[in-house]
Design a protein around this ligand. Structure first.
Ligand code: NAP
Length: 342
């Protein structure tokens, strides 16, 4: 017998990818229930060759649902995840609402799968921020080999990371630049995103960093190692799907480029594409739609002891969100941690 799975936010960017991935990877589901806001009741979403009708989250009874994949933002999750968890259904949440709660495991299955057992405290498991997820997948095997002391990361994040309205804004603003009278003012973003880069993702904190930058620091520590120092600059770029990161890493001992390449070639979830010639690296356009996290441009950073620089690219809607969520659900099933609901 398979499981009953609910998807909250099934009409969104991430929710639709979750439906695709559950079907594509053959997740043992007997029933899939797509949920969203009241606005979307009756909307149709695809699950393999089936079409499912969306129901409203309001008043949905989760007592016979085994897993809820939650992808409807922080405030919906704050309100609903504890209620759903109390009904005996395990929530895997995509928002930042629970990531820093010490009773909630924050999981990237390639990195810290053993931490998952903590989920019984609240019946909630958190999925990390998209930029953190792809970075820790690449850093984990290198950390195991040579202990990472410090990471300096600059991100180039696509607009899909801000939801479907953000994608619409980039599209409309880009077209509007060419059609007189159809200019589109910034609404989702603090400045024009078309043909531009915006060095602000999420709100500003007191120390001048943004919340997105703070998330990368806090989540890397929680998932990988609290001793690693991280400083980040997160930038929104006019790319639809796929986040890129330039990452400088300092190790405790020397790590040569050749050693890093050979470790990363064996690492789960990682693909090394690193030819030192024009086009011998991966860009977001190629990473979109792929499950892998790509590492390119691996080279020595001679300005520090034991330093390497690399370029890490992944599909933010997949490894950064929907794929990681489904992998967490698979981990629960494979480790026989999931009990069938009544
Ligand atoms: N995109 C990424 O790269 C990424 C990565 C990691 C994490 N996340 C997180 O994943 C979540 C969803 O992101 P997204 O990009 O899929 O956003 P999105 O495209 O804007 O979709 C939002 C979804 O949430 C639903 N929703 C909104 N308010 C609701 C309510 N009151 N009750 C029930 N459902 C409600 C929407 O339903 P309606 O269509 O009915 O409004 C829609 O299905 C966010 O928490 C985001 O931070 C996203």
């Amino acid at each position: 017998m398979g499981f009953k799975v609910a998807i909250v936010g099934a009409t969104g960017n991430v929710g639709r990818e979750m439906l695709n991935i559950l079907e594509e990877r053959g997740f043992p589901a007997d029933e899939i229930v797509p949920l969203a806001s009241r606005r979307s009741v009756g909307t149709e979403v695809s699950y393999g060759d089936k079409t499912l009708k969306v129901k409203a989250l309001d008043n949905y009874d989760f007592s016979d649902t085994d897993i809820c994949l939650m992808s409807a933002g922080g405030s919906v999750s704050k309100e609903w995840s504890p209620k759903i968890g109390k009904q005996g259904c395990v929530v895997i949440d995509n928002s930042s609402a629970w990531r820093y709660d010490q009773d909630v495991p924050l999981i990237v299955p390639e990195v810290n799968p053993d931490a998952i057992s903590l989920y019984t405290r609240k019946n909630i498991i958190a999925n990390p921020n998209c930029s953190t997820a792809q970075m820790v997948v690449a850093l984990k095997p290198l950390h195991d080999a040579a202990r990472i002391k410090r990471v300096v990361v600059s991100t180039y994040q696509s607009v899909s990371g801000a939801g479907k309205e953000a994608m619409d804004e980039l599209w409309a603003q880009t077209k509007g630049k060419y059609v007189p009278g159809q200019e589109v003012e910034p609404k989702k973003f603090p400045k024009q995103i078309a043909f531009n880069c915006i060095p602000q993702i999420d709100v500003f904190m007191e120390d001048g960093y943004t919340k997105e930058e703070w998330k990368m620091l806090a989540e890397t520590k929680k998932i990988l190692d609290p001793k690693i120092k991280v400083t980040a600059t997160c930038v929104r770029v006019p790319v639809f799907v796929g986040h890129s990161e330039a990452v400088n890493v300092e190790f405790e001992r020397q790590m040569t480029v050749a050693e890093a390449r050979s470790i990363l070639r064996e690492a789960p979830g990682v693909m090394v594409v690193d030819k030192r010639e024009p086009g011998g690296y991966v860009t977001p356009v190629e990473a979109a739609g792929e499950f892998a996290t790509y590492v390119s441009r691996i080279r020595e950073d001679a300005t520090v002891d034991n330093g390497l620089v690399m370029w890490i690219v992944s599909d933010n809607l997949l490894k950064g969100a929907a794929l990681n969520t489904v992998q967490i659900a698979e981990t629960l099933v494979n480790r026989k941690l999931l009990r069938k609901a009544a």
